[in-house]
Design a protein around this ligand. Structure first.
Ligand SMILES: CCCCCCCC/C=C\CCCCCCCCC/C=C/C(=O)SCCNC(=O)CCNC(=O)[C@H](O)C(C)(C)COP(=O)(O)OP(=O)(O)OC[C@H]1O[C@@H](n2cnc3c(N)ncnc32)[C@H](O)[C@@H]1OP(=O)(O)O
Ligand SMILES: Cc1cc2nc3c(=O)[nH]c(=O)nc-3n(C[C@H](O)[C@H](O)[C@H](O)COP(=O)(O)OP(=O)(O)OC[C@H]3O[C@@H](n4cnc5c(N)ncnc54)[C@H](O)[C@@H]3O)c2cc1C
Length: 666
């Protein structure tokens, strides 16, 4: 293997690191064997030359980008399949791949098959009865059919009960008639829907015996399996260029009285019999299960995307020298500016916080799902609330810290060759898709208000809300991590109590329950956000303590510093709340600030080691600024030279327009 020359600043950063980077990687992967397995998979995928782009994607046309993405998606799927361990359960397969970011090496802007894997197959698993699973899963898993999840419409994304697509049962032919009565009823957004999928799970309002039976899932063929032409009665297309996700092939879909057989309604929860009799499921919200599943996955996805961005920004900050700290000294590495550390170290800590939280949530999801399969529904409301609030917080924080990583790279962070703009394009839609964040916070608030009433009635609360029942005030400020976690719980409790009181006050003033809720909703969403913060700091701390106990002291210390930094960062961000709801004094604030600055200093020598520990290969980072060797300037120039405009010294537009214009001839 050719020896790589590493930038000397990066090399000396690596020499300074106080812990064993490989041990950190193994910790993140969940063990040495998992690291080895992940690397084997990466080696295998990256050895396929055809999966690499000859021309940078950004110089392709919209159409070429899609065609190239499909070419690679097919090949990538085959390589992945050849590496699959058939003995793993679906749960293990997902858990074991939580650190896999190899898809990013192939697609800068995500794959057109994402929705097939992430929603179509899970919708069949979650919504299909045994017979339907048997038939459709085999076809979907073998890629004999490609599907997506078509729920959102041009006129409605959030409000599912307001969807306009109808599925009307016709007992005479034992068929459902799918129809889009208006333009706003067109399905709009589903990934892969435009030109990739030939099937989809369509969420539509079911009518049988002239009754609205609510939103139900239907598996619908939309294109001919041979010719790929849209079937009669189906209008399909692409929704156009977007901020990101441009290779995901998001589409629109309209139905003109399109008929499908009765057995195409996915009938795990509710059923329609041959004569049109509707049997409701145990809980109508089980129909929303696919969204819960994806919200859980998003938390992990956000942690991985943030790890990527912060790896790029930290390495770049170790290489980049700018300005002067002291007049007599040379220009320092920008990583030596404490403001730069403040911008970036929180990104490292946040990625750790959400990857720990994501695993914790995934295990919780798996437990509740197996209960649901056994007919026990008691823990569904808590799971829904947790998935909503952790999806919201992880997506908001990832978007903020990815963008901060980009800004921290100055002008070069604006270059597509840094891969930071595209990474932002991948994190920011997560605040909207799978439930718009404000709307999901209102769902969390709804569950908190309910819990509050249960507490007042002396009933037991779900474990993640149990802290609400602790009425004791904090008698003194405790600045330890555990002390701050308790303070965050007091903040969440206090804000909830305040918003419930206002919600009730507005009703007493004569507003309807709905109007009072709307009027109190800014406070309610703030309480929901605080609840989420309390959960994340607590899970981050307890899960790190639990898993890191057997690590070497230097690594343990580095992880404890990240947990403390994360906790202090949010305490300092939320000073107003803490001053209102905890016994925090001005002196305590000064102490916290001092400790925060001390932590930045302690983390500084380990910063490059910490991002190296994420073990994200150059091919996955795809960044001129973030490569392992730190050849930032050389790579920027190499990438610049790939611009098609650099293929000729004089562009034809000079003779056509500029020259006549400058010579006054145009
Ligand atoms: C760590 C392991 C990870 C491993 C990772 C492995 C590798 C995986 C690789 C990559 C993963 C990458 C993932 C990222 C890519 C993702 C691409 C995503 C593409 C996007 C797709 C989409 O966006 S699909 C469309 C999504 N749409 C939405 O989310 C719509 C949002 N709206 C709603 O959900 C509802 O309408 C809303 C909840 C807002 C309101 O519903 P409504 O019927 O009006 O209900 P309401 O009256 O308000 O409440 C009634 C009652 O129901 C309860 N409830 C609501 N929802 C649920 C639910 N889902 N489950 C359970 N209960 C629910 C609600 O709380 C109320 O309860 P009560 O208060 O009455 O008790
Ligand atoms: C990249 C991307 C991929 C997507 N992929 C898919 C897909 O594969 N399949 C699919 O079905 N959908 C998909 N979607 C659609 C996505 O799920 C919706 O955009 C999302 O659910 C939000 O709905 P909306 O766009 O209708 O926003 P709206 O609900 O119209 O929200 C607009 C504003 O109104 C506010 N608002 C709405 N309702 C309330 C309320 N009750 N209280 C307070 N404020 C409210 C929101 O907070 C927001 O500020 C995708 C979207 C994106 C961006």
């Amino acid at each position: 293997m050719a020896k790589i020359t590493v930038n000397k600043d990066l090399a000396s950063e690596r020499a300074k690191c106080e812990f064993n980077v490989e041990e950190l990687t193994n910790y993140l992967d969940g063990g040495r064997e998992n690291t080895a397995r992940r690397r084997r998979m990466e080696d295998k995928v990256l050895s396929v030359k055809e999966l690499r782009d000859e021309i940078p994607e950004e110089y392709l046309s919209h159409k070429e980008k899609y065609e190239n993405a499909i070419r690679k998606a097919v090949l990538f799927y085959k390589v992945q399949k050849s590496l699959d361990d058939p003995n793993q359960s679906d749960h293990e397969r997902i858990r074991n791949s939580y650190r896999s970011t190899i898809t990013s090496a192939i697609f800068k802007d995500n794959s057109p098959l994402t929705l097939h894997i992430v929603m179509f197959i899970p919708a069949i698993i979650g919504q299909g009865n045994d017979e339907q699973r048997e038939y459709w899963l085999k076809r979907a898993k073998n890629m004999e059919i490609i599907g997506t999840y078509a729920q959102t419409e041009l006129g409605h994304g959030t409000f599912l009960r307001g969807l306009e697509t109808t599925a009307t049962y016709d007992p005479a032919t034992e068929e459902f008639v799918l129809h889009s009565p208006t333009l706003t009823a067109y399905k709009w957004w589903p990934g892969g829907l435009a030109h990739t999928a030939n099937y989809c799970v369509v969420m539509a309002i079911l009518y049988t015996k002239s009754k609205n039976c609510g939103i139900q899932p239907f598996i619908v063929q939309i294109r001919d399996e041979e010719t790929h032409m849209p079937l009669p009665g189906i209008k399909l297309g692409e929704i156009g260029a977007k901020l990101g996700y441009n290779t995901v092939n998001n589409g629109f879909l309209g139905f003109d009285n399109h008929r499908i057989p009765r057995d195409r309604m996915l009938m795990r929860n509710a059923q329609v019999s041959k004569d049109g009799t509707f049997t409701a499921g145990a809980n109508s919200k089980l129909t929303y299960g696919t969204m819960v599943y994806v919200r859980v996955l998003i938390v992990n996805n956000m942690a991985n995307l943030l790890a990527k961005a912060v790896t790029i920004a930290i390495r770049y900050s170790a290489v980049r020298r700018q300005s002067k700290l002291k007049p007599e000294d040379p220009e320092p590495q920008i990583l030596d500016y404490v403001t730069q550390q403040h911008k970036l170290f929180i990104g490292i800590a946040t990625s750790h916080a959400y990857s720990r939280t994501a695993l914790w949530l995934w295990d919780h999801y798996a437990k509740v799902t197996s209960e649901l399969n056994a007919g026990k529904l008691d823990n569904l409301p808590e799971l829904h609330s947790l998935a909503c609030c952790l999806k919201v917080l992880s997506s908001v924080d990832a978007a903020v810290f990815v963008e901060r990583s980009r800004l921290a790279c100055g002008g070069h962070g604006y270059m597509l060759s840094s891969n930071l703009p595209q990474t932002y394009g991948l994190v920011t839609p997560a605040s909207t898709f799978e439930g718009e964040n404000t709307v999901l916070l209102l769902q969390v608030a709804r569950s908190l208000v309910k819990a509050w009433q249960q507490m007042l009635n002396g009933r037991q609360l779900a474990p993640s809300m149990a802290y609400l029942a602790d009425q004791k005030q904090l008698d003194r400020w405790d600045g330890s991590v555990n002390g701050i976690i308790r303070a965050f719980q007091k903040v969440a409790r206090g804000k909830l109590a305040f918003s419930v009181a206002n919600f009730e006050k507005y009703q007493k003033m004569g507003l309807s329950r709905e109007d009072a809720w709307n009027k109190a909703s800014v406070q309610l969403t703030a309480a929901a956000e605080s609840h989420g913060r309390a959960i994340v700091v607590q899970v981050f701390k307890t899960e790190t303590d639990r898993i890191a106990s057997s690590l070497s002291p230097p690594l343990r210390k580095a992880l404890d510093q990240l947990v403390e930094l994360f906790t202090l960062y949010w305490a300092l961000e939320r000073l107003g709340d803490l001053l209102l709801y905890s016994p925090l004094s001005e002196v305590d604030v000064r102490d916290m600030q001092a400790r925060y600055e001390e932590l930045l200093e302690k983390i500084r020598p380990n910063a490059v080691g910490l991002v190296d520990g994420f073990d994200i290969r150059d091919e996955i980072l795809n960044s001129a600024l973030g490569a392992y060797d730190g050849r930032v300037y050389e790579r920027l120039m190499e990438e610049a030279l790939k611009s098609p405009l650099n293929a000729e010294p004089v562009n034809s537009s000079f003779h056509k327009y500029l020259k006549p214009f400058m010579q006054g001839k145009l």
